[in-house]
Design a binder for this molecule. Structure first.
Ligand code: CUA
Length: 334
C-alpha cells in the first residue's frame, strides 16, 4: 500500500496521459481567462476612475467586431473542449475486443474480485500490465463506485445491473483503490490496492493462488444444485428455453420486444423471470431473488455464457462492449 501522498496521482495506465492532457488544458484555459479578466477589472478601475465629483461617464458605442470576437473565440474553445472530451470519453467507454475479463462485486464494505481462472481476492486486484482488462461489476447492496486514481478510471457499481470499466496498466506497482460513492458507515474503509505486474509475474501469481474452481465450474454446479437443469434441458423438451447458444443471441419476448441475451438479460431472467419471458414459453419460472448472491449470479452467467460459441473462451471477452446493451435491456424494463 503506498503511504506517500502525492499532490497528483501518478500515471499508470494507457489512458492516464489522455485524461491528464485535457484536464491540464482546461485548467490552463480557465486560469488564463480568470487572470485576464481579473487583471482587466483592476486596470480599468484605475484607468477609468472618476476624477471629479461632477464628472459624467462617456456614453458607450457598440462594436460589432468586438461582439463577434468575444462570441466566436469562446465558442471555438468550448467546442474544442467538447470534441476533445468526447473523444477521450469514448476511448474510456469502449472496451477493446479481447480484453481480459474480471468480475468485481461491491458490498458493504469490501470489494470482492473473481478472476476467470477461479482466483478470488478481497480488496485487492492483481492485473497484468500491457493488456486491456475489463471489469464486469455489480453490487450486492447499495451504490458503490470503483475508482483507481492512478489509472484515471472510475465507474459506479450499481445494484441490479452490470457496469463495465476497462483499463490497460502500463507500470508495475501497487496503486490505491477507492470506493468513491458514499455507501454507509464504513465507506471510507472500503479501500484496497491494485497490483499491476509484469505478465510473467502475473501468470506466476495466478498459478500460485488457490483457485477453487472457475466461475464456469461453480456456475455449472449451481445450475444443478438449484435444479435449473430440470426445466432448462439440452433439447427443446424442457419447460424453459434451451440455454445452448443463448448468450449473445437476440431473444424474441412474449410482449413483442427483442432483446440481446447479454449479462444483464440473464441476470434479470434469474432474479425477475416474469419481466422478460421468451416468446412461446409460460411464465412458470420462480424468482431466485435472495436465493443467490451477486457472486453466484455472475457464476451462473459465466456458465450460461460458456454454453455459447460467442462467450465460450474465458477471459476472451465478448465481441461488443456490454454496457450499451445493459442499458437498453434495463430501460426496456423500466
Ligand atoms: Cu462502497 Cu462507498
Amino acid at each position: 500500500m503506498p503511504t506517500n501522498f502525492p499532490l497528483f496521482p501518478q500515471q499508470a495506465s494507457a489512458q492516464a496521459g489522455q485524461v491528464d492532457a485535457i484536464y491540464f488544458f482546461m485548467v490552463a484555459v480557465t486560469a488564463f481567462f480568470a487572470l485576464l479578466i481579473a487583471g482587466l477589472i483592476v486596470f480599468f478601475s484605475v484607468r477609468f476612475r472618476r476624477r471629479h465629483r461632477d464628472e459624467i461617464g462617456v456614453p458607450i458605442h457598440g462594436s460589432l467586431a468586438l461582439e463577434l470576437l468575444w462570441t466566436f473565440v469562446p465558442f471555438v474553445i468550448a467546442m474544442g473542449m467538447f470534441g476533445w472530451g468526447a473523444k477521450v470519453f469514448f476511448d474510456l467507454y469502449r472496451v477493446p475486443a479481447g480484453a481480459m475479463e474480471i468480475f468485481v462485486v461491491g458490498k458493504q464494505w469490501m470489494w470482492k474480485v473473481q478472476h476467470m481462472g477461479g482466483q478470488r481476492e478481497i480488496n485487492e486486484l492483481h492485473v497484468p500490465i500491457g493488456r486491456p482488462v475489463k471489469l464486469i461489476m455489480g453490487s450486492e447492496d447499495v451504490i458503490h463506485s470503483f475508482y483507481i486514481p492512478a489509472f484515471r478510471v472510475k465507474a459506479d457499481v450499481i445494484p441490479g445491473r452490470y457496469n463495465t470499466l476497462w483499463f490497460e496498466a502500463t507500470k508495475p506497482g501497487t496503486y490505491h483503490l477507492f470506493c468513491a460513492e458514499y455507501c454507509g458507515t464504513k465507506h471510507s474503509g472500503m479501500i484496497g490496492s491494485v497490483v499491476a505486474m509484469e505478465p510473467a509475474q502475473y501468470q506466476a501469481w495466478l498459478d500460485g493462488g488457490p483457485a477453487d474452481g472457475t466461475p464456469v465450474d461453480a456456475g455449472a454446479k449451481l445450475f444443478q444444485d438449484l435444479a435449473c437443469h430440470t426445466c432448462h434441458q439440452q433439447d427443446s423438451q424442457g419447460r424453459g428455453p434451451v440455454l445452448t447458444n443463448l448468450f449473445g443471441s437476440r431473444v424474441q419476448l412474449q410482449d413483442g420486444r427483442t432483446v440481446v441475451a447479454d449479462e444483464a438479460y440473464i441476470r434479470e431472467s434469474i432474479v425477475n423471470p416474469q419481466a422478460m419471458v421468451k416468446a412461446g414459453f409460460q411464465p412458470l419460472m420462480p424468482t431466485f431473488q435472495g436465493l443467490v448472491t451477486e457472486e453466484q449470479l455472475l457464476q451462473l452467467i459465466s456458465y450460461v455464457r460458456s454454453l455459447s460459441d460467442a462467450g465460450a473462451a474465458p477471459g476472451a471477452g465478448t465481441a461488443a462492449p456490454t454496457q450499451p446493451q445493459d442499458r437498453s435491456t434495463l430501460e426496456n424494463k423500466r
